[in-house]
Write a protein that binds this ligand. Structure first.
Ligand code: SF4
Length: 378
């Protein structure tokens, strides 16, 4: 579907165009913090995550309880119309960060702000409205779809929940199928009648059904063959261009993240260890963990010599190492690394890293919990 066609359709679908205006929708007759349309227009940040912390209780047997530290002081922001990739091994906290952003779980502390509005300050009803603006594409395209629902019904379902009439929802589902490169006739198919790539296209269509502004893709291509991965990634970039979407793109695959992202956030054991522009990360990685990750996957450039490989197992998040959490696997660990958590510093313009090897540059304002190594001298 062409962009003009989509916009015309969107206008028909939104009887109250002003409801897409965050300042109007969340502005407050009831005392919530409000932002004028000018404020909103001036800010180019769609999502700001600040110091998010989440621990999950786990039982260790009779009367014994411990906590898994899934997110510990996670901060990042995503500018409108851009993609931020979140990368790290399994268990690094990237999916927890996604669930916190989407409000599927509550943080223990920290804030998620959408267009400058702290989501926590919103009423339950207003949060429900916000969910339309934030949609998710899941990893497994098969289990994400109800096997008893036809593809058309699956795509129409969120629209029906939000009050769209049956005929309008059906019509829009057909347009969405076209938009993701399928035929409107696929609306009558069931998930088992489609290939993995087609099912993921259906999931993307369903995520777009409510005209979201932020799409969180959690390992969205990990379950697909390489050739199909490329097609789905191209579809996502095309849709971003057409619809001005903003992506939070989560993957363990650095090459995929590099292809998709404007900026990359590297996480290890619940913490952000490095953050910078995508090219900068791949050309000049600073953190030993990032360098090892890159060395493990191999770059896209076959002429580039492989870097150091990632050795050892990720430690238990129930009892993470003191100081720098990567120290048990870091080939460059020093005594200070066991004592102090490194601050997230900015040794280069726009390039943040949390490592005692880089003690120059200002500490990131988003880092409230780390202790710079200079404190040792005090
Ligand atoms: Fe390695 Fe120390 Fe840097 Fe951690 S702080 S990554 S252990 S050098």
């Amino acid at each position: 579907m062409m962009m003009g066609e989509y916009l015309a359709f969107a206008a028909v679908q939104s009887p109250e165009p002003e409801t897409r205006d965050v300042a109007t929708r969340w502005g407050s007759p009831t005392g919530f913090r409000t932002y004028s349309p000018q404020d909103v227009a001036q800010s180019d940040v769609l999502l700001r995550v600040q110091d998010l912390t989440k621990r999950f209780p786990v039982s260790l047997g009779f009367r014994k309880k411990a906590y898994v530290s899934a997110a510990d002081g996670v901060s990042f922001e995503i500018k409108k119309g851009t993609t931020v990739g979140i990368v790290g091994e399994s268990g690094c906290g990237k999916s927890t960060a996604a669930r916190l952003v989407l409000g599927l779980i509550e943080p223990d502390s920290g804030t998620v702000a959408f267009e400058g509005v702290d989501v926590k300050t919103l009423s339950r009803g207003r949060r429900r409205e916000l969910r339309r603006d934030m949609q998710m594409v899941f990893q497994d395209p098969y289990s994400a779809l109800n096997p008893r629902m036809s593809v058309g019904e699956s795509i129409a379902f969120p629209m029906r929940v939000h009050g769209t009439s049956r005929s309008e929802a059906r019509e829009r589902a057909a347009l969405l199928l076209r938009q993701v490169g399928l035929h409107p006739n696929h609306a009558s198919y069931y998930p088992h009648q489609m290939s993995g790539g087609q099912r993921q296209r259906v999931n993307i269509a369903r995520a777009l059904a409510l005209q979201p502004r932020l799409v969180v893709a959690d390992e969205a291509v990990s379950a697909l063959d390489k050739s199909v991965q490329a097609q789905v990634l191209n579809l996502l970039t095309d849709l971003q261009e057409e619809l001005g979407l903003t992506y939070m793109f989560i993957s363990h695959d650095l090459n995929v993240v590099q292809y998709m992202s404007d900026r990359v956030v590297v996480m290890y054991l619940g913490q952000v260890v490095e953050e910078c522009a995508s090219e900068e990360l791949y050309e000049r990685p600073l953190h030993p963990y990032t360098r090892a990750l890159l060395g493990s996957v191999g770059g896209l450039d076959p002429d580039q010599p492989p870097g150091p490989r990632l050795e050892g197992e990720i430690p238990s998040p129930i009892d993470p190492p003191s100081g720098c959490r990567f120290r048990t696997r870091c080939p460059e660990a020093m005594p200070v690394c066991a004592e102090l958590r490194p601050a997230l510093r900015q040794p280069r313009e726009g390039h943040y890293v949390a490592c005692h090897l880089f003690e120059e540059g200002p500490v990131s304002p988003s880092d409230s919990s780390a202790t710079p190594a200079t404190a040792l001298a005090v």
